[in-house]
Design a binder for this molecule. Structure first.
Ligand code: HEC
Length: 118
């Protein structure tokens, strides 16, 4: 009977710790998207792209991506986010390191807010 009780306790403990570790993993893996503030294309997104991408992705480069203005940046928004997250695209900036999450989030929020030209 004692052994049975211990087994049950062990199972409960294992279950709880598994659930806790899953919860923890989920929290750390979630992109911390907090889009409460409206992101501005001209004062936030464009400067991020200009500082980190346009040097190689200016007019006439051979990469297939020109990232210089609202129209071409919004047309490539999914690829830009994919490359910043190395998700389905090569990691960009090329050669890494990846941009800080807080920067990537700004771009993600701008996309989520409808890629405004604001
Ligand atoms: C040092 C130069 C350099 C920088 C900086 C750079 N890129 Fe690139 N990027 C390239 C080159 C070169 C390619 C083409 C690579 C190839 O075809 O193998 C490329 C390809 C890409 C692609 C297509 C990748 C794919 O897997 O199809 C995207 C999207 C992209 N860049 C976006 C960006 C973004 C967004 C930034 C800024 C965060 C950036 N790049 C910064 C040089 C650069």
């Amino acid at each position: 009977m004692k052994n049975f009780v211990y087994s049950i306790l062990t199972i409960i403990l294992l279950g709880v710790s598994t659930m806790m570790s899953c919860t923890k993993d989920k929290v750390t893996n979630l992109p911390q998207v907090n889009c409460l503030d409206t992101i501005s294309f001209s004062t936030q997104v464009l400067p991020i792209i200009q500082a980190n991408c346009t040097g190689c992705h200016g007019a006439g480069n051979g990469t297939g991506y020109v990232l210089t203005n609202h129209s071409n940046i919004s047309a490539s928004a999914n690829a830009i986010l994919g490359a910043m997250n190395a998700n389905g695209y090569q990691l960009m900036p090329q050669g890494g390191p990846a941009l800080p999450d807080s920067i990537i989030q700004k771009v993600a929020c701008w996309v989520e807010q409808g890629k405004k030209n604001n």
